[in-house]
Design a protein around this ligand. Structure first.
Ligand code: SF4
Length: 384
């Protein structure tokens, strides 16, 4: 079975009657959860048909609809969501897809997860804490395993470094950790780039440590940067990659939330021959990455995305429709809630792993819940 708890899409999961083998704690909770939310209209319980009807009415009367999320839906549901968005004239906002766009556009070198396992000797966790977001990344690919050219694993063959806004759990097991001020991220990146060019950096950060870090990065035979949601702005990351690749060989991978974010980035790119709407690389969930601001939208459809976890409620003025398997902060405020089956649990389909590998998601168990793809199809049939 495949776990859809994060974008690693671990494919060695064994689900038995009272047991879920090989999954991490996030995956185990994700797979074994049987919590279901109820269909609601105006915070009153109703049946799913009534919620779909109400959502269709809101979509048909909306002048500036925006769809957000898509990272926790199977590829087929994403495609139906794109069709529905086109039919009702909605803009799609996908958060945290900026690095995927850069990778797909060829702005930056990347690699596969098995290549990380086999070849990586220097691994940088930039603005991410995989121990708490992608827990098996370190054991399966990035740090602990023996690989074809890294037979001694983390003890001798690999150096893991964190550069983050706080001293995270991942930092606690890395050989080196750099904690940077959220308001001085660019200063740190500029200082590191100076150090990589053999200049003494002009910075209030510890110059000696930055020079030491640059020395380590320059010696990498096969370096990998995992960029997460609190990484410095995207352009600064790309500039750092360009500078690193003048003297060594570095690849970039995105550690974004959502198990299928790479797929929606690919689909939007193919559709419009342009990246998705997270064009400015904003990773703050502000929704201001281009096009309609979320506070201007008169209807927001959240597809498997807890918008209010990122954006304060006072920034939202439009009607809110939520399609989600889980109870979220957003579903508690939504005008319409439509519960759906979870991709890879009680809805089958396909997905794209964070490194671009296509993965089939078989059903783990049957349920009576409609899949998000089926709900979107029903909406597609009724909206005009
Ligand atoms: S690392 Fe991610 S995909 Fe793998 S078991 Fe944990 S949550 Fe699931």
């Amino acid at each position: 079975m495949v776990c859809t708890g994060c974008a690693l899409l671990c494919d060695d999961i064994r689900v038995e009657e009272n047991d879920c083998r090989h999954a991490c704690r996030i995956g185990d909770a994700h797979i074994t959860s049987t919590a279901q939310i109820e269909a609601m209209v105006n915070q009153s319980p109703c049946d799913t048909d009534a919620a779909i009807k109400s959502a269709a009415e809101i979509l048909m009367s909306a002048e500036k609809p925006v769809f957000v999320g898509f990272g926790n839906s199977v590829t087929e549901a994403q495609a139906t969501g794109i069709e529905l968005a086109e039919k009702v004239g909605a803009e799609i906002k996908t958060f945290h897809t900026g690095i995927f766009d850069d990778i797909l556009d060829g702005r930056v070198k990347t690699c596969t997860l098995p290549e990380v396992r086999d070849y990586a000797d220097v691994i940088v966790f930039l603005g991410c804490d995989p121990m708490n977001t992608h827990p098996r990344l370190l054991s399966r690919y990035a740090y602990y395993p023996r690989g074809e050219k890294r037979q001694h694993g983390w003890e001798e063959d690999r150096t893991a470094i964190t550069i983050d806004l706080r001293f995270s759990h991942t930092a606690s097991i890395c050989k080196e950790a750099y904690t940077i001020d959220p308001n001085r991220q660019i200063e740190f990146m500029d200082a590191l780039m100076d150090a990589l060019s053999n200049k003494v950096p002009k910075t209030t950060y510890d110059k000696k440590r930055i020079l030491k870090l640059a020395g380590k990065l320059k010696k990498a035979e096969f370096g990998v940067i995992f960029a997460g949601t609190s990484a410095p702005p995207r352009d600064a990351t790309i500039r750092l990659m360009d500078r690193l690749n003048e003297s060594s060989d570095f690849r970039l991978l995105s550690l974004a939330p959502g198990y299928n974010l790479r797929s929606i980035a690919e689909q939007l790119r193919q559709l419009h021959n342009r990246p998705g709407d997270d064009r400015d690389g904003s990773s703050d969930g502000s929704g201001n990455g281009g096009g309609t601001n979320l506070h201007e939208a008169d209807c927001i459809l959240c597809l498997g995305f807890d918008l209010m976890n990122s954006l304060p409620a006072h920034g939202i003025n439009g009607k809110m429709i939520v399609i989600d398997p889980n109870d979220t902060l957003t579903s508690r405020y939504a005008d319409v809630v439509i519960p759906c089956a979870a991709g890879g649990i009680d809805a089958a389909g396909s997905a794209v792993r964070m490194d671009g590998e296509p993965v089939e998601l078989p059903l783990i168990r049957e349920s009576e819940r409609l899949s998000d793809g089926a709900i979107l199809k029903r909406l597609l049939e009724v909206v005009r």
